[in-house]
Design a protein around this ligand. Structure first.
Ligand code: PLP
Length: 317
């Protein structure tokens, strides 16, 4: 097998043969829903939670994907299994589930049915590897997160232009920056691909759920925090609160837990990762049964990986 196999609207086909119409509403109007589920050690992590969010998002935008929950679960598992022979031992997949309203038959208002694509792509570990040690820079862009009164941020919608604008603005300030988007009232929401947390007086603080995507990693962190006896506060917080925080991090499927070094140029706390962040990183690794941070670092060039791995091991203690 030389190329990966994808599921496209009822069939498993080689990825080079997976073709979608130019009349697809996903392409013409960004009219679709998506999900991204990661494997850790080649096993899908929290697939059920991702599928809950997928089906809730589909209900919200009135797309019927034509598959039952059981059928969807089976296809997801099959796509990963079929592509495992192409995956390196220390690699993992992100499984993408992309569902659009489908093709509007040219010249008519008739829809031919949804387009359902499920495909696996190797995780790009080099994107995050250094950030576990150095932290990320957050910048608050001018573009505000779409308010829930306009479009629910809880739905994972393929039209990412609101987030993209935030990325462009943040990167003009610093090419490595990640946007920390605010809502219309100036409260912290989320980044383009992650939820945002900070630690204040030992409490884990994050935005209220109404203005952000209900991250699966966020959900896992709430569970881990409860086990570790860390109080979680969901509230309206502004950059003022994060500037004064002891530590901060972002959470998402692709990077898991990534420490924040500074917000708009102001350093947050004095350790990377901070004490509570490190506790959560350790607990997350324990839950996975593997060190996902060391895994990412191992994908860098030999010398850099060696140096960063020893720094990471020192910090882990
Ligand atoms: C806008 C946004 N917020 C938060 C998240 C984090 O969610 P999760 O932890 O499920 O990846 C993502 C990633 O999917 C996202 O795109």
């Amino acid at each position: 097998m030389k190329e990966r196999v994808v599921y496209l609207s009822g069939e498993f086909v080689p990825e080079s043969e997976a073709k979608i119409s130019i009349y697809d509403r996903g392409f013409t109007s960004g009219d679709g829903i998506y999900e991204a589920t990661r494997t850790f050690g080649h096993k899908l992590f929290r697939l059920d939670d991702h599928l809950d969010r997928l089906f809730n998002s589909l209900d919200y935008v009135r797309i019927d994907c034509g598959l039952s929950r059981e059928e969807m679960t089976k296809i997801c598992t099959e796509v990963v299994e079929k592509n495992l022979p192409l995956l390196g031992e220390d690699d993992d997949y992100t499984l993408w589930h992309v569902i659009s309203r489908g093709v509007r038959l040219p010249g008519t208002m008739t829809m031919a049915g949804p387009t359902v694509a499920i495909f696996a792509q190797p995780v790009d570990f080099t994107r995050y590897a250094r950030t576990y040690i150095d932290g990320v820079t957050l910048v608050t862009p001018a573009t505000r997160r779409t308010p829930p009164q306009s479009l629910s941020p809880k739905a994972k919608i393929t039209n990412k232009m609101n987030h993209n604008m935030a990325v462009f603005e943040a990167q003009q300030v610093d090419p490595d920056a990640i946007p920390l988007m605010l809502d219309l009232d100036g409260n912290i929401t989320e980044t383009d691909t992650a939820n945002a947390f900070f630690v204040s007086k030992g409490r884990l603080c994050t935005s209220k759920s109404r203005t952000v995507l209900g991250g699966i990693t966020r959900l896992v962190l709430f569970e881990l925090a409860a086990e570790l006896g860390i109080e979680v506060v969901e509230d309206d917080f502004t950059p003022f609160d994060m500037y004064a925080a002891e530590e901060a991090f972002i959470s998402g499927t692709s990077g898991s837990i990534v420490p924040v070094s500074n917000l708009n140029g102001s350093q947050i706390g004095d350790a990377l990762p901070g004490e509570t962040t490190l506790k959560l990183m350790r607990a997350f690794n324990e839950l996975l049964g593997m060190d996902c941070i060391a895994q990412a670092i191992r994908h860098l060039g030999d010398n850099e990986a060696k140096e960063l791995l020893s720094t990471w091991e020192e910090r882990l203690g």
